[in-house]
Design a protein around this ligand. Structure first.
Ligand code: GLA
Length: 507
C-alpha cells in the first residue's frame, strides 16, 4: 500500500517534470511572427551548449547570434547586435502553452511577436524564402535633375513619433492638424508615411498595403485635398528596416504604383540591401534604378536617399536622382545624439545646393526628450545647415512654445533661403561654436551655439567672420533689431542654447 502510494507520488513528479521541461523546451527552431500587420517572420534557433544555450536569429537581414541567453522558469531572455550600428537590443520571451510571446526592446519602441516550434516543412519554406539573389544592376549614369526641391523639403514624417504604430486614421488626423495648427502655411507640406504601411506582394508582384491602410489612393486624395503632399517609404532591399516588404526587384512596378497613388515623395532606405550589396557602385546603381523608375512615371516625386551617409553619399546622391540624402545614423530625442549629428555636418557644405540636400535626419522638436533651449538649438542648427525640415512629433498635440519654435518665419526663411548654401563652422572655442550661412540678399545668418553645461558669455567679432561693414543685426529668436555694436557682438548663451542673428552688410 505504502509502496504503491510512493510510486504514485514518484510517477506524478516524473510526469510533472516531464510536462514542465516539455512546455519550456527551448531547443529547436521557433518561427516568430510579429504581431504588427505586414511585418515579416524570423526564425530563432536555440541549441543546448553544456549547461547553457547557443542561439541564432535568421531573417533577410542575415543571421545574428543570440547573446546572453538565459532561461528561467517560464521566461527566456537574450540580446542581439542589431542594425548597421550593431547596437545591443534586448529580447524577452514568455512561454504560454506551446507558444513563446516575444518582446523586442527596439530603440523606436517595443515590438512584439508570437513564436511557435517550426515544423521541418516550415523551416524549409523559411529558408527558401530567405534565399536571395542579386539583381542585374544598371550601368552608372547621371539621372537628370527632376527640377524638384529647389529649397530643402519641408513636411512631417511618421517615424520619430509613431515608429511602426501608424495607420490611415492617424495620418488623416495629422494632415488636419497640420492645416489647423498653421504648420502647412508655415511651409511643412509633405506628409510622409514611413515604414510599416506594407502588406504582402500578390502573385502578380503587386505590393498591397497592410490592414492599417485600407486605401492608399484615397488617403493620397485626402492629403491633397488639405493642400498637402503625399510621401511614402520603401527600401532597395527585400525588406525594410522594420522587416516589411521592400522594392528589391520590383522597382518599376512599385514606382508606377506610387505614381498611381499620387505619391509626391519617396524615402528609400538601404536596410536589408546591405546583405546582398556591399560596394559603393552597387549602392549607387540600386538608388539610380529607383531614381530612373520614379522619373519614368512622369510624376514629379521628390526622392530621398536614406543610407546613413555611407560611401560619401553627397558625392553621388544627386547623380542617382536624389533630392536629399541622409548623412548620418538615426537621430534620437536626446541632446547628445541631436547635437552630435548636427554639429558633425560641418565639412559637408560643398555637396548641398538647390535640388540636392544633405539630410541630418528628421526633427525631434516636440517629442519631449529635450528642453526648449535644446529644441531651439536643434531648429537653429538644421536651418543653418539648410537641412530638410521633416517634423517628427505629433502635430495633434503641440504646446504654444513648440509651435512657436517650428513656425518662426524668419528661422524657416534661413533654412529655405533660395541661394541654397549650407552653413559651416567658423569658430570653435571650448564648448562654444559660431556658424555662418550666406543668404541670397547678401546678409549672413550667424549662429552662436553653447554645448556647455552652464550659461556662457560669447563674443563674436565681425572681422573674424569676414563681415566687415555691418549695417544691421537682427536677433531672430527674439525678433528684435539690435543696435549694431561697433565691431563685435556679445551675448549670454544658455546651457545647450543658441543665439541666431541675421547680419546685414553696409551697401
Ligand atoms: C531606419 C531609418 C529611419 C526609419 C526606420 C524605419 O532606421 O533610418 O529613419 O525610416 O529605418 O524602419
Amino acid at each position: 500500500m505504502a509502496t504503491s502510494r510512493w510510486s504514485c507520488v514518484l510517477l506524478a513528479i516524473a510526469l510533472w517534470s516531464c510536462a514542465s521541461t516539455q512546455s519550456h523546451d527551448l531547443a529547436g527552431a521557433w518561427l516568430a511572427q510579429p504581431t504588427a500587420p505586414g511585418a515579416s517572420p524570423s526564425l530563432i534557433i536555440f541549441e543546448r551548449h553544456g549547461q547553457g544555450w547557443n542561439g541564432t536569429i535568421k531573417s533577410q537581414f542575415g543571421d545574428r547570434e543570440l547573446r546572453a541567453i538565459r532561461l528561467e522558469s517560464d521566461q527566456v531572455s537574450y540580446n542581439v547586435a542589431w542594425g548597421a550600428s550593431g547596437r545591443k537590443v534586448q529580447f524577452e520571451g514568455t512561454f504560454k502553452n506551446d507558444k513563446m510571446h516575444l518582446v523586442m526592446h527596439h530603440p523606436s519602441g517595443l515590438r512584439e511577436s508570437v513564436a511557435h516550434k517550426a515544423s521541418p516543412q516550415e523551416v524549409a519554406a523559411f529558408e527558401a524564402a530567405a534565399e536571395l539573389k542579386k539583381l542585374a544592376l544598371p550601368a552608372l549614369r547621371n539621372v537628370p535633375d527632376n527640377g524638384l526641391a529647389r529649397t530643402p523639403p519641408m513636411g512631417w514624417n511618421s517615424w520619430n513619433k509613431f515608429a511602426i504604430h501608424i495607420d490611415d486614421k492617424t495620418v488623416r488626423e495629422i494632415a488636419d492638424a497640420m492645416v489647423s495648427g498653421g504648420l502647412r502655411d508655415a511651409g511643412y507640406v509633405y506628409v510622409v508615411i514611413d515604414d510599416a504601411w506594407q502588406g504582402r506582394r500578390d502573385a502578380n508582384g503587386v505590393l498591397h498595403p497592410n490592414a492599417k491602410f485600407p486605401d492608399m489612393r484615397a488617403l493620397g486624395e485626402y492629403i491633397h485635398s488639405r493642400g498637402l503632399k503625399f510621401g511614402i517609404y520603401s527600401s532597395p532591399g527585400p525588406l525594410t528596416c522594420g522587416g516589411y516588404v521592400g522594392s528589391h526587384g520590383h522597382e518599376e512596378q512599385d514606382a508606377k504604383m506610387f505614381a498611381q497613388w499620387s505619391v509626391d515623395y519617396l524615402k528609400y532606405d538601404w536596410c536589408s540591401a546591405r546583405r546582398l550589396y556591399q560596394t559603393r557602385e552597387e549602392m549607387q546603381a540600386l538608388y539610380q534604378k529607383m531614381g530612373e523608375a520614379l522619373q519614368a512615371t512622369g510624376r514629379p516625386i521628390v526622392y530621398a536617399l536614406c543610407q546613413y551617409g555611407m560611401f560619401d553619399v553627397g558625392k553621388w546622391g544627386r547623380k542617382a536622382g536624389g533630392n536629399l540624402w541622409r548623412t548620418t545614423f538615426d537621430i534620437r530625442d536626446d541632446w547628445n545624439t541631436m547635437s552630435q549629428i548636427g554639429l558633425n555636418q560641418n565639412g559637408l557644405e560643398a555637396d548641398a545646393r538647390p535640388g540636392g540636400w544633405n539630410d541630418p535626419d528628421m526633427l525631434e522638436v516636440g517629442n519631449g526628450g529635450m528642453s526648449l533651449d535644446e529644441y531651439r538649438t536643434h531648429m537653429t542648427l538644421w536651418s543653418i545647415l539648410a537641412a530638410p525640415l521633416l517634423l517628427g512629433h505629433d502635430p495633434r498635440y503641440m504646446t504654444p512654445e513648440i509651435k512657436a519654435l517650428l513656425t518662426n518665419k524668419e528661422v524657416i526663411a534661413i533654412d529655405q533661403d533660395p541661394l541654397g548654401k549650407q552653413g559651416h563652422r567658423v569658430l570653435q572655442q571650448g564648448e562654444t561654436e559660431v556658424w555662418i550661412k550666406a543668404l541670397s540678399d547678401g546678409s549672413t545668418a550667424v549662429a552662436l551655439f553653447n554645448r556647455g553645461e552652464t550659461s556662457t558669455e560669447m563674443v563674436v567679432r565681425w572681422p573674424d567672420l569676414t563681415l566687415a561693414e555691418i549695417a544691421g543685426v537682427r536677433d531672430i529668436w527674439q525678433q528684435a533689431d539690435l543696435e549694431p555694436q561697433h565691431d563685435s557682438y556679445r551675448a549670454s548663451v544658455p546651457r545647450h542654447g543658441t543665439v541666431l542673428l541675421r547680419v546685414s552688410p553696409r551697401r
